[in-house]
Design a protein. Structure first.
Length: 156
C-alpha cells in the first residue's frame, strides 16, 4: 500500500505542477533576461563616455515686476541668438525661482529665473558656456550668471 501511496503523491505533484505551469503565459516561462543597466551604453559605448552636465542660472527680473513680457521676449531672443548656435544639439530650460538676502541691508530679493541645462561631451565647451554668461550680463546688466559643471553618466 505504501508503494501505491507514493505513486499517488508523485502523480498529484505532477498534476499540480502542470496546472500551475498551464496558468503562466508562454513569455513568462522563458529564462530570465539579464537585469537592465544604466552603465554607459552597450550599443554605442563611445557615445556615452566623457559627458558633462552644465547648469546655468539666469535671473529674469524681480518677482511681481511689471515687465514680465519684456523679460520673456529678451530670454527667447537670447536662446535663439546665443544658446542655440553654440549648442545646436539641444538643451533644456526650466522655470525656477531664486531668493537670497542681501548682506548689507538684510533685504530679501526674489527673482524669476531660468535654469539652462546642457549636456555635452568633453571639456572643450567651457568657452561656449563662458560666452553665454558674458552675453547675458552684457544684455541685461546682471552682475552674475551661476554656472555649475559636473560629470554626467549618460545612456542613449
Amino acid at each position: 500500500m505504501s508503494t501505491l501511496f507514493a505513486a499517488s503523491r508523485r502523480c498529484a505533484a505532477w498534476l499540480l505542477a502542470c496546472a500551475v505551469l498551464a496558468g503562466i503565459p508562454a513569455h513568462a516561462k522563458e529564462a530570465p533576461k539579464a537585469a537592465a543597466t544604466m552603465q554607459g551604453d552597450a550599443a554605442r559605448p563611445a557615445d556615452a563616455a566623457n559627458w558633462q552636465r552644465a547648469e546655468l542660472y539666469f535671473g529674469l527680473g524681480r518677482v511681481g515686476g511689471d515687465d514680465t513680457a519684456a523679460y520673456a521676449q529678451r530670454w527667447q531672443r537670447f536662446l535663439d541668438e546665443e544658446v542655440t548656435p553654440r549648442f545646436p544639439d539641444g538643451f533644456s530650460v526650466l522655470d525656477v525661482y531664486g531668493q537670497w538676502q542681501r548682506r548689507e541691508t538684510k533685504t530679501i530679493e526674489r527673482l524669476n529665473s531660468k535654469l539652462l541645462v546642457i549636456l555635452f561631451q568633453g571639456p572643450q565647451r567651457r568657452s561656449d558656456l563662458d560666452a553665454l554668461r558674458a552675453a547675458w550680463k552684457q544684455r541685461t546688466g546682471d552682475q552674475s550668471v551661476l554656472l555649475t559643471i559636473s560629470a554626467a553618466e549618460v545612456s542613449f
